[in-house]
Design a protein. Structure first.
Length: 179
């Protein structure tokens, strides 16, 4: 059974020790970076990110970092879908030795279930992004209902993606799940 649990002194080391499979390093930030980012947001009086360890029974198998975002009328999601607020999944990872066992899909379903409780406010959708070359992520997110928005950008600079570019590994794709 998959559960989302708070990060505590008891599980912090296990969360920090989680690793993705070889070759996936470029697809996700390190867990220490995500926890540091959460700390910075918390100490700067921003709406705190929702960061949880992903458990399968009593084993830490992954980490998820989510946030609530109010959108301006000039954002892509507002213009394209009318979204005024979204929950964003900023980081989602499953430890390499637990990949391919269905834990990612179960964990993502648990995340969606949690976000449907609107823990930080009412939202229109859940939004996430992934590297265009990350077929495993594309398949996982599609399997739980995410649909690509058509938005593609340079994942390093945030600039619009030029389809003539050949370095496709830098393209980041947006996906959305309506609430």
């Amino acid at each position: 059974m998959i559960e989302l649990r708070k990060i505590t002194q008891d599980n912090l080391r296990k969360v920090l020790d989680l690793k993705v499979a070889s070759g996936q390093d470029g697809y996700v930030d390190s867990n220490i970076y995500r926890l540091a980012w959460a700390y910075v947001k918390e100490t700067n009086n921003e709406k705190p990110p929702l960061v949880f360890a992903i458990y399968h029974h009593d084993k830490v198998v992954g980490l998820v970092d989510m946030g609530f975002f109010e959108l301006s009328e000039t954002t892509f999601l507002f213009e394209e879908f009318g979204d005024k607020a979204t929950y964003g999944i900023n980081h989602f990872m499953i430890e390499h030795k637990y990949q391919g066992k269905g834990f990612g899909k179960q964990a993502m379903q648990k995340v969606i279930e949690f976000l449907r409780t609107f823990p930080q406010g009412k939202a229109d959708a859940i939004y996430l992004s992934y590297w265009k070359t990350n077929e495993a992520a594309r398949g996982l997110y599609a399997s739980v209902g995410f649909v690509e928005t058509g938005e593609i950008w340079d994942g390093q600079t945030g600039e619009s993606w030029d389809p003539e570019r050949e370095d496709i590994e830098r393209a980041e794709v947006g996906a959305r799940l309506g609430l």
